[in-house]
Structure formats: structure tokens, C-alpha cells
Design a protein around this ligand. Sequence first.
Ligand code: 5GP
Length: 183
Amino acid sequence: MANWNDHVDHVLIDEAELREIVSRLAAQIDSDYSGEDKNPILVGVLKGSVTFMTDLMRAMKCPAQIDFMRVSSYGNSTVASGNVNIILDLNRPNLPNEDIIVVEDIVDSGRTLKYLVSYLLNKGARSVRTVTLLDKPERREVDFTPEYIGKEIPNAFVIGYGLDYAEKYRTLPYVGVIRSDKI
Ligand code: 5GP
């Protein structure tokens, strides 16, 4: 049986650190959305955010709904080209009353989240914030800063905890740097 752990050069964030990051982000969101009328919708960006989102939503105390969007960006597997295309949209009639928190696995150029924030605001959402597990600020190509950032990481291609390379490795329970000979 293939062992995906062998395709990892080194572990960047282990399971204990991931739990700490998720609890800190959940506490920050709880404190910002503590008002009576503040019941945000967590909108996960499929598929990479799934693991992070399911941990985050269980760590939060504030009542939240969940939903998902899916986008595709054209480019090869490790470099996004910057064109964002929505392939699964929200289907909600009452967006003007909603406070949305877009949940992302990693911010790289910043194009995906910058686009999604303006898209959802244009659709009429009352407020849109973003939470990302990982951020690679060195790679930024547009002016964008998420409100909630789990951890800044250096410019390396990471896999695991939902993040893939060519659809593989999402099931690994930690975030690791992929071996260069596997790309
Ligand atoms: P951005 O629009 O910020 O350039 O790209 C964000 C998306 O690129 C992420 O949602 C993710 O799909 C992909 N991405 C960027 N860096 C990495 C990485 O190191 N590993 C993986 N697996 N995906 C990445």
C-alpha cells in the first residue's frame, strides 16, 4: 500500500499546533460575533477548506450556519493563474441580512479571496470577512489581507489537512511540505 507520509519532505504544522491555531481563530471569531443578531454563515471554499472548516465550526461557540462555494482557477497544479471562476455558488434568498465569513485553506496570490469578497458584497451580503488557516504573504500579487490568519508560512508547496497536490494528500492529518520529486 502506498504511504503518503513518505511523500512529505517535512511536517510544517503538526496536529497539536493545528488544534491550537483553530482554537485561537475560533475564540477571535466568537468575540467579534458575540452580538445577539450576529449569526454568521461560514462559507467554505471547496475542497481544500473542508478539514479546517469542520474543526473550526466545532471549536466556535457562536451559532453559525455553514455553506460552501467552489471556484476553479486556471493554471497548473502548483501555480494559480489568477482567473477565478465560480463553479458552485451560494443559493440563498436572503443575503442582505447575512454576515459571511469565507473559510479558506491558504492564501497565495490573494486573487481567490479578493474576488470572492467583492462577489459576495456585490450579491448584497451585509458583511464579508475571511479566515484562512495558512497565509503565504511573500506570494501576494494583489492587495488583500484576511481578517483572521492561522499561520504565516514561507513560500513552499504544502499538502495535508485538506490541501492537495493533484487531488492527493488531503487526508493527511498534518500540514507538510511535499517532496520536490513528487511534483
Ligand atoms: P490564490 O488565489 O490566493 O493565489 O490561491 C489560493 C488557492 O491556491 C488555495 O485555495 C489553494 O487551492 C491553492 N494553493 C496555493 N498555495 C498552495 C499550497 O502551497 N498548497 C496547496 N495544496 N494549494 C495551494
